[in-house]
Ligand binder design. Structure first.
Ligand code: FAD
Ligand code: DHB
Length: 391
């Protein structure tokens, strides 16, 4: 079988790339290890930055987002006895949207299916070959057990942090930067109306807590927990007690309303960047090339920003034989990747309780400065609401 772009991974990066390529008349085939049902039900990120929403609008995929998502002007930043609103719209003229990655994925899958996109689900043994030549190919076993060879002009590695694409770059070429953090998040979904109108990011001596949401009836909440935490040690009551304490139930009359928890999981935190993002005919996008800790809400938005650069680069390469954008893709994408890597590290280390009491004083000083200085608040707003595509 032959196509122009073999896309490995049908997460947001791979699905959106196939959509943007199709708009430019470039054909692709998507291959995915998981079932379609699994891809459509995975619960992950929840915040879309300004340029992500703009891009989805531009390609006609913003209808449900505008009908069912919620536009937020900013966030609350909190520590014991204090809660401050950071209004991005006032500060930088941009807002964010609460619309789950699960919903974005549903919209993308529906659009790709309507367009007749070829997607192989439940594949195994994915392997990349001859990426340094002009005729790379991917091999895999399809869901019926048949071995398939997919020849292409380009391979797009959109297979996240566990896929084979990043390791297909030769060791002599690839460079990795990494940081692990001494804490994880316990994330829960609860069938209860959010107790807040905008997200709350809370520093607390017991550990960070966050109140997010998915809709007017579903809340999404997170607690800082030690690495290696067994989710079964956190009963629903223990979770709501910790959330109440850390989010300040009772403070200035604010109340956290508990409700039935429908999903619980522990997420480890990591910063990871692999460079370059292109070698020969292999291009990496999204989590395949970089991972950020979730505190800055950047993972999904970075994946979108990557493919917004990659699609026109591949279209120019394959349609006009013009390799200018393809040659600059890695450097262009990495400027934003490092900015978001820094912002995510900064939000994470400012908000998560550390062992050292000296660090705690620095964190509180930084939080007070961000909340009280227009310069400090503007820096957070500019990064959180997102820099323009092409930054
Ligand atoms: P992915 O969504 O990981 O998609 C990659 C796809 O490739 C997957 O569908 C995978 O099954 C497929 N694949 C893997 N291996 C192969 C193979 N061998 N062959 C074919 N296909 C393969 N970000 C936030 O901003 N906030 C959050 O709260 C948040 N929560 C998260 C929770 C979890 C558990 C995880 C893992 C990530 C979370 N993120 C969060 C990050 C965000 O979801 C990712 O940055 C985003 O999914 C990146 O999209 P992607 O398409 O690059 O990668
Ligand atoms: C959500 C996740 C994040 O990592 C974040 O910073 C904000 C919101 C969420 O799942 O809603």
């Amino acid at each position: 079988m032959r196509t122009e772009v073999a896309i490995i991974g049908a997460g947001p990066a791979g699905l959106l790339l196939s959509h943007l390529l199709a708009e430019q008349g470039v054909e692709s085939v998507l291959i995915e290890t998981r079932s379609q049902e699994y891809v459509l039900s995975r619960i992950r990120a929840g915040i879309l930055e300004h340029s992500t929403v703009q891009l989805l609008d531009d390609i006609g995929l913003g209808t449900r987002l505008h009908a069912e998502g919620q536009q937020h002007r900013g966030i609350y930043l909190q520590w014991p006895e204090e809660r401050h609103n950071i209004d991005f719209t006032d500060l930088v003229g941009r807002s964010v949207w609460v619309y789950g990655q699960t919903e974005v994925t549903k919209d993308l899958v529906a659009a790709r299916e309507a367009a007749g996109q070829q997607i192989y689900y439940e594949v195994t043994d994915t392997a990349l070959h001859d990426i340094e030549s002009d005729s790379p190919f991917v091999t895999f076993t399809d869901s019926s057990g048949t071995q398939v060879r997919l020849d292409a002009s380009v391979v797009a590695g959109c297979d996240g942090s566990f896929g084979p694409s990043r390791a297909a770059m030769p060791d002599s070429v690839r460079q990795v930067w990494e940081r692990t953090y001494p804490y994880s998040w316990l994330g829960v979904l609860a069938d209860v109306a959010p107790s807040t109108d905008e997200l709350i990011y809370a520093w607390h001596p017991d550990g960070f807590a966050m109140h997010s949401m998915r809709s007017s009836t579903v809340s999404r909440l997170y607690l800082q927990v030690p690495n290696g935490t067994d989710v079964s040690t956190w009963s629903d009551d223990r979770i709501w007690d910790a959330l109440s304490t850390r989010l300040g139930h009772g403070q200035d009359g604010w109340e956290l309303t508990p409700g039935p928890i429908t999903e619980k999981s522990v997420l480890p935190m990591r910063s990871y960047v692999q460079t370059p993002m292109r070698h020969g005919r292999l291009f990496l996008a999204g989590d395949a090339a970089h991972i950020v800790p979730p505190t800055g809400a950047k993972g999904l938005n970075l994946a979108v920003a990557d493919v917004a650069l990659l699609a026109p680069a591949l279209a120019a390469l394959l349609r006009k034989n013009d390799d200018t954008l393809a040659n600059s893709y890695s450097d262009d994408a990495l400027r934003r990747v490092w900015r978001c890597t820094h912002f995510s590290w900064w939000m994470t280390t400012m908000l998560h309780t550390a062992e050292d009491p000296f660090d705690a004083q620095l964190q509180l000083s930084q939080l007070r400065w961000v909340a009280s200085s227009e310069a400090g608040a503007t820096g957070l707003a500019e990064n959180y609401a997102g820099l323009p595509i092409g930054f």
